[in-house]
Structure formats: C-alpha cells, structure tokens
Design a protein around this ligand. Sequence first.
Ligand code: 0WK
Ligand code: BGC
Ligand code: BGC
Length: 924
Amino acid sequence: MDSIGPVGLQQGEGAPCYPQESLPCPSDSSELVQECLRQFKVTGAQLRQIQASLLSSMEQALGGQVSPASAVRMLPTYVGSTPHGTEQGDFLVLELGATGASLRILWVTLTGTEGHRMEPRSQEFVIPQEVMLGPGQQLFDFAACCLSEFLDALPVGNQNLQLGFSFSFPCHQTGLDRSTLISWTKGFRCSGVEGQDVVQLLRDAIQRQGAYSIDVVAVVNDTVGTMMGCEPGVGPCEVGLVVDTGTNACYMEEARHVAVLDEDRGRVCVSVEWGSFGDDGALGPVLTTFDCALDRESLNPGAQRFEKMIGGLYLGELVRLVLAHLAQCGVLFGGCTSPALLSRGSILLEHVAEMEDPSAGAARVHTILQDLGLSPGASDVELVQHVCAAVCMRAAQLCAAALAAVLSHLQHSREQQTLQITVATGGRVFERQPRFLSILQETVMFLAPECDVSFIPSLDGGGRGVAMVTAVAARLAAHRRLLEETLAPFRLNREQLAAVQAQMREAMTKGLRGEASSLRMLPTYVRATPDGSERGDFLALDLGGTNFRVLLVRVATGGVQITNQVYSIPECVAQGSGQQLFDHIVDCIVDFQQKQGLSGQSLPLGFTFSFPCRQLGLDQGILLNWTKGFNASDCEGQDVVCLLREAIGRRKAVELNVVAIVNDTVGTMMSCGYEDPHCEVGLIVGTGTNACYMEELRNVAGVAGDSGHMCINMEWGAFGDDGSLGVLSTCFDARVDQASINPGKQRFEKMISGMYLGEIVRHILLHLTSLGVLFRGQQTQCLQTRDIFKTKFLSEIESDSLALRQVRAILEDLGLPLTSDDALMVLEVCQAVSQRAAQLCGAGVAAVVEKIRENRGLEELTVSVGVDGTLYKLHPHFSSLVAATVRELAPRCVVTFLQSEDGSGKGAALVTAVACRLAQTACV
Ligand code: 0WK
Ligand code: BGC
Ligand code: BGC
C-alpha cells in the first residue's frame, strides 16, 4: 500500500519532490486527518516567501536572464495597448486549451461604439483524448473541421473571414501572428507541435480543410483575451488572470523593462506563465506528497508544479489522492475504496466545487461519492468537504501570492505609492468556486495592502478580448499589406538591376561615340593617374558638394599635406547671378590666402567643379547645366574657368593661376589613385552622384589619339533622362522630380543621391498617412514641409545601434505623433529607399568595371574605386549594399572601394601637379 505524507523540504532545497515516502497510517486516525489537512495549510510567511520568490523570478526573466533559467517565463505578447473601444467588425475566435478537453469557436461582432455590445455566437466542441495526445496535425485538422462545422450554420458565403486564435499554452511570440509553442501543459501532449509556429499549423489545417477563406491574423494567450475583454467603461483592465484547467496571468508591463524588446516607450502585455513557478524547486516547503504523487502521474512530471496546485485540472485529482490515502488508512469510508476512487481523474473540478460549497449540503456530497462507488458515512461527508476546502483554499491563496507578486512589481515599476488597478478574471474555477475569488481578494489584500485592486469577471471568457486583439492585428496586417504594396516598386530584383547595368553600358558606348545618350561621357583631359613624382604647393577649390572648400595642398616626398577651410554658399548665391557666385568664390580664396599667409602668391590652382562640363582642355570647361540645387544665371554654356578668371580679374591685387578644372569624381579618383595605382574609377554619392573612369582613348570620339587612356566623366546623374528608367520610376520619384528646380533632369541622381532620398521618404510617408497606415492618418504640417525629412535621418534611423526608441525620438523631434508601429514602418520605408539607391549605384559601377575589363580583354579585372560623398560615407549600409550589388552583377571583377579621406580637392591639386609636371617636361 503506497501511502502519501508531507515531504518537509526547506525553501528551494534540491529538485522538486523526492520519491514519495510512504507515511505509516498512525494509530490515532484524527492525527492522520489533521496531518493531511495541515499539509494544505500555507502560512502567511510561506505566502510572502512565494510572493517574493516569484517577484524575483519575474524580474530575472524580464531582464533577459537565461541561466539559471527563471521559473517564470515572462513572454511578450506583442499586444501594445489596451482596447480603445473603436475596434469594429466581425471576427472569428478559436479558443484552444483554456478549458481542457474542449475548444470553443465564437463569432464576435465589435460595434466600435462604447457600451454597445452584441452577444457573440459561440459553440463548444469536445476534443477526443486521442486527439489531445495524438499527432499535432490531427489536432489542428480537428480544429479546422470544427470551424467549418460552426460556419456551416452561419450565412457567411465566401467572404474572407478574420480569425483570432486563443492558444492557451506557453509560446514565444515574434509577432501578433507568429508564435512558437514552448511546451504543452494541462492535458495536451500532441507530437510535432512543440517548437513549431502554431499559427502556421492552423493555417495549414484550414488550407487542407479548404471550406472557408479564413485569415488567421492574431494568436493570443487566454489571459490576454481575458484582459482585453474588459468592458472599456470599467477598465482599463491591466491584468488578466485565468484559473481554469490551468492558471496564468498577464499584465501591461513598461516596454523598457522587457529586455528582449528594444523598445522603451509605451507598454506591452507580458504573459507571466507562472504555471511553471517552482519547477526549479522553489515550492519545496509547501509541496505535499499528494502534489508529488499527482506530478509523478501527470503527463509532464516536474513541470508546471505551481499550476498543479491551483489549476482546475488538478484540484479534483488532489482531493482524490487525499481521499484515497485516508480511505486506505481506514479513516474514511470505513477503510473501503472503490475502483473509481483509485483511478486517476475520477474526481473533477465540478465535483470539488460542489462538495466544497457549504451551501450545497451533505446530500450532494453523498451523491457524488456514491457515484464513485463509495458509501460515505456522515462524518465522511464532513471530512470530504474539509479536504475539498483545504485544497481549494490553498489554491486560491497560492494564486493570490502570485498575483500579489505581479501587483507589487507593477506598483514599484510605476513608482506609485498606491497602485490602483483592475484585474480581469476568467476561467471555470472562478465561475464554479465562488469562494475562490473571495479568498484570493483577502489574501491579496494581506500580501499587497498598498494595492487597491478591483476584480472584473471577463465577459464571455475572453472571446471578446481575443476579437479586440484580432481587430488591432487585422488593422496592423492591413497596414502592413499597404506598406508592402507601397514599397514593392523599391524592391529591385537581380533581373531589374542587370537591366539597368545593360542599359547603362549601352548608354556609355553611345555617349563615347558622341551618339544621342543620356550619358554624356565627357572627356576630362586627365590621361594618367598620379605616379607619385608630383611635387609642389597648389591651391584647390572644391565646389559642388555639401561644403565649398578652399585648400592648400603641399605635395612633397613625404606625402601630401592639406590645409583647408570650409565656406558656405548661401542658396541666394547658388541661385543668384553667375558673377555674384564667382565673386563669392574669389572672396573665399582671398580670405583663405590671408589666413594662410599666402596673399600675393600665385600658386597653381586646381578647381574641383562638380557639375557637368564639356571640357575642351584641362583648364577649359563649358558648364552644360547646373544640378543639385545650383542655378546661378549666365553660367550654363560658359567656360567656368573663364568665369573664375574674370572674377579674379575683378578683384584687384589677386593673382591666381588656374591650371585645371576637374569634376569631383575625377578629383576623388586621383586622390585615391595617389595611394593605390589600381584606382581607375571615381564615384561620388553625396548631394549628387556621378562616376568617372579611365577609358581607352581609342574609344573616345572627338579626342585625338588611339593609344593610352583618358578619364571620362560619365555624368551618370542624367542617366534615364531619356526615359529609359521609366519602368523603375515610382510616383514618389515623379513628385520629387516635379518639385525640383530641374524637372525631367538628373533622374538617376534623383533616385540615388542625398539631395533627394529624404524627399522620396517624405512623399512615401505622406502617402501612407493618407491611407491611414501611419500616424493614425493624421497629416501634420511638418510632414507637408519640403526638405524637412533630411537624408541624414535615413542614415540615423537605419543605424543598427539605434533602438526603435531613438527612431521615435528623431521622428518626434519632427513633431510627428507616432506609435511604435509607426516608427517601425518609417524605418522600413527608409530601408527600402536607401537600398534601392545603393543597388542602382552598384548596377552603375558594375557597368563601368565590366566595360574596363572588356576594354582590356581580361578574364578577370582587379580595380579600385575611389569614393566620396556624405551619403556613401555616413549611411550605415549603403557602401556594403553597393559592393554586394557589384559582386552580384560583375563577378569577374575584383573591386575594392577606397573611401577618399581628403576629398577631391587633393585630387584637383594632383591633376594640377601632373599638368605642371607634363608642362615642365614639355619645356625641357
Ligand atoms: C567631398 C568631395 C567633393 C564632393 C563631395 C560630394 O571633396 O568634391 O563634391 O564629397 O559629397 P557631398 O558633400 O555632396 O555629400
Ligand atoms: C498555460 C498558459 C495559460 C494557462 C491558462 C497554462 O497551462 O501555460 O499559457 O494561460 O494555462 O489557460
Ligand atoms: C553633377 C556631377 C557631380 C555629382 C556629384 C552631379 O549633380 O552633375 O558633376 O560629379 O553631382 O557631386
């Protein structure tokens, strides 16, 4: 005869439950009865101990501590807000696992009007034991079959239905509709489900069923449904407490406390999963041998120890084990047992609820025990009621200790003297055991006196709450679809990029031949990259980027020394008269010379002029058209070296020897070429974008000579101005182009460079706001403001080191009223726009390096590309995306990207130095 007795373990000592020690049936029967009932007595100190230990487990788990694993899991649920009552629509809800061997389906209509409730239609289906313990597919097919049966009775036709899946088991959620089962609890143990995404399993089963088009948009733990099901008027409920077959709670936690979430604003609902509390032995002192026996015989020994002392699936079994022990010791039912009394699960929650209820009266107890094949005497009935009361009392007290831990944590984390809070309760233990709630309330008041707690039974067991979450999820899913539709044109595939590469290649060939092409392929008269023998002091100007710089470049044996000064070009000067612009440039030069003690010296000067110029020689450049926001009058069609010399002329006592005019791409190539002789391509991705490279002179029409090389300024910013990029251009690109000072021009540049990316993003955000996807559809003044969304925000927002919270800070500084979902979507918009820009740029570079490789008839080309420009340098992912695209599209070229340290001013000085060296050798 195996007998069960108290274990008497100290706090947290060793693994839970040693094999049961059989307790002798003491001769004094009353002692035995008292001993059995005393075991279920949990002292105030023990309850406080449990409260404290559960609290520290909660904080360990929230802090992300993995080893030792904390006993409670604290799982984020991706539910970020309690309902604001505006949710509306018809929703299907499938509840699995809350009420043991049954699943429930509900049709919930949310009216979106506060206080106006429509009674949900629902149906319960009993789940056969073999389905609860069989292959997972069978369980989900069973659920899908029940769904069809439920819908067959409703006039749903073939409308697309949205379903919320209430799945009451511990799951790692990675989204509102993505949830991986950690482990089964309660009476379930289907194979092939743990570690799987249960939403996908349900979707697959519904697919297999094929009867209705049902979209599973959210998966919710039953505690969350219970919390969300609170009538807004009484709430908001910020804690959901379920005691049904199992037990658990969820609550609204400050997002910043949840380590796994990189979010510190707002709140997120966390499922505590306190059922597993004590699986690490923390419950030692309050565990009885009856608990041990129950656990040993359960489907999951050693797991869910706390749940097995509270959950409705176990209370009946605990009572049975005690009654069986007392009967076997002869102090109950005259020492007689019955097959029913000795068989597991024969006493159910309902039995305990009735027998424990003093108002039910002895007669009912009698009937139940007789149904179990027992013939109870009068004293037996009373004793049975005592046992039921003891088991239920302890369950309610333990549940209260756990709830008090959650409440104390909330009170501390919200730094409130007194926490006022509403707890939504759900589950049949509450419904069937009215005393459960009162004991729970009393004990919570004892353990958390500074918390003013009101308990609200959740309506229809949380079904409405699940529908609320589903409504929110449906809205978010709809928003996601609209976001994907909006961003889809920005997601370029390999074919599209290869087409850009091929089109650019063709345009290069045409441009070199002087045929009509959107690529002007301008000869620069730079025939060689530096060979290191250059020497001397040079002045250099660098105009056309973010900053205008004047530089003194000393090229000596030991290397190149640069002194430079940044000057601003006010918009009114950039868009004023040409004379004003060049006078301003000369003013800056004079200021620089004075500061550097160079006044009166006429150093050779190299002019980096980053605009499309048809060069007739190294020091002759006819400006073809302004770009990048410049629009000074009387310059286009003029030789800008002349314009500069005239301005110098207008400024008395200034002598400057302008030797060379170079494009910033050429300056950058030369600057990097000085360090790396393989550098034969120059790339700028800054305010504007462009590239140059060393072409075979024989391929350059209009320039004499068939041997040797010449650097060609591609002016690729204008690629596609002939409409060849039409297929890739989006309505947002069109809006940016139309609003620019050079509509129809520089189309490639307007899809890539820093002057425009922020504007593309702003137009997309405006569009998404108008669809109600962003900022709750509120159009704000600031978002209507041109250029308010700087391209540098993309670099900041996309930086990996920035948590979503910082993204919010950037956007809030812009005066945008946003939620965390909004911040995430803005991040995705930025990523899509910058990724497209980098890939298009990569396709361009691939076209250039492949041209060089084929020019030289090489199997494989090793080449370096000198790069400059704020966007390329500051954006966290731009450079790697460009390199990846080049590897993909030009696999036979080994391309190294060299970020230019000194800008193209140094390059201009080197071009000048080469020109001076060649001039000297020509004189000799
Ligand atoms: C720095 C170079 C300059 C070039 C600029 C482009 O020295 O010649 O124009 O980079 O980058 P941005 O300043 O437009 O970002
Ligand atoms: C599950 C929880 C659930 C609770 C109440 C437990 O067994 O692990 O996810 O909330 O039962 O149904
Ligand atoms: C200009 C190019 C320049 C590029 C990068 C473009 O707008 O047309 O000449 O190289 O910007 O600054």
